[in-house]
Design a protein around this ligand. Sequence first.
Ligand SMILES: C[S@@+](CC[C@H](N)C(=O)[O-])C[C@H]1O[C@@H](n2cnc3c(N)ncnc32)[C@H](O)[C@@H]1O
Length: 212
Amino acid sequence: MCENDIPNLPPTMFRRVDESADSEFYAEPRFVAHIDQATIDALTDFYRTFLPKGSDVLDLMSSWISHLPVEVDYERVSGLGMNREELQGNPRLDDFVVHDLNVEPNLPYAEHSFDRATLAVSIQYLIRPVEVMTSVHKVLRPGGRICIAMSHRLFPTKAIVAFQRLGPEERVQLVARYLAMGGFTDVQFLDRSPPAADPLWLVVGTVRPVVT
Ligand SMILES: C[S@@+](CC[C@H](N)C(=O)[O-])C[C@H]1O[C@@H](n2cnc3c(N)ncnc32)[C@H](O)[C@@H]1O
């Protein structure tokens, strides 16, 4: 199936106002926070239970901050994003790669390399999300999990039309469909929005564990 053959969603929903190469838009680093501090804190708190100590973590669409709890040690934290300077400035990353998922949705990692994947406040920029989720599913180990964290801010010229036209509930449902179509099971929605701050909507999915 072609990536944008999502039932009931025409391919136009995956277009953007700015169709120029993402490498141009992300050429300059942006050392800014994309959500309120209270929302970051709520995400970090969620990660305390979602990301087991000692696990191998892949931080997708990463930048200079990953929101991982500072007191927890992981075996490996790998970052993938668009700006080298931002990724170089991220103190949690053991390794990183500059990689445009809208050009090449297949991830540059071996199968079964990670226990967890995170993707924070960036899913709205993917034009081939199901292909990306299918690839994430492959690089996670059986029983591995992904958390896609969403809020309501976006770069309007780079976010796909769907994220500008659909309401919050529909956007969550859309992301849940990305995960289900990518092969994830047990897809769940969690609302961890703190009061009086940017919302925090989480969609998590699991790679089916091996049954022995
Ligand atoms: C709003 S920032 C969020 C950064 C970080 N995840 C956070 O929570 O602060 C969007 C991120 O998506 C990444 N990104 C945007 N388009 C991308 C693409 N086509 N391929 C890979 N990463 C992309 C950018 O490098 C940037 O780091």
